[in-house]
Unconditional design. Structure first.
Length: 162
């Protein structure tokens, strides 16, 4: 696998688990008419990466450990995605590995695992897409303005503030 972090490429052997979480806003929920309104913000990806390093790659291993444990709000990652790759701005929230001492006196780190979580959705939706899937559009409003607050009732959308 060619793992790219902040423009630096690392040729590594790794196992990768990917999770896509479809995140909704706090206004999602059951409406007065019993239907469910889902204000989808987008799809966020989490990549759990486990490096499979032979002992002789300890220098690269240490370099990756330093990058992954840097206290940063995010890094630019290029990771596997379907038949190609995806570029994400993502944060690292946890890193773990293990120290080994063999009977032959060798000592090394192994089993490097990290969770990489996207900072922004990779897939997003828009209000017009939500409306086209069946949500009632706002009444008599061309473009809602910042500060407008609407409530969805059995009769449709009603402006309550703004």
């Amino acid at each position: 696998m060619n793992l790219i972090i902040d423009g630096v490429s690392f040729d590594v052997k790794a196992e990768v688990q990917r999770t896509g979480e479809i995140v909704s806003s706090d206004i999602s929920g059951v409406l007065m008419d019993g239907s469910y309104f889902n204000d989808v913000l987008g799809t966020y990806y989490t990549y759990d990466v486990t490096l499979k390093y032979p002992l002789y790659y300890q220098g690269t291993y240490h370099a990756l450990y330093e990058i992954f444990t840097e206290p940063a709000d995010g890094h630019q990652f290029v990771l596997p995605y379907n038949g190609g790759t995806i570029q994400l701005t993502a944060r690292v929230e946890s890193v773990s590995d293990e120290w080994i001492e063999t009977d032959a006196g060798r000592r090394f780190w192994r089993a490097f695992r990290a969770s990489i979580i996207s900072n922004a959705p990779s897939k997003e939706t828009s209000l017009s897409e939500v409306i086209s899937r069946g949500m009632t559009p706002l009444p008599d409003v061309q473009e809602p303005e910042i500060g407008d607050v609407y409530e969805y009732t059995a009769n449709g959308w009603e402006k309550v503030e703004g």
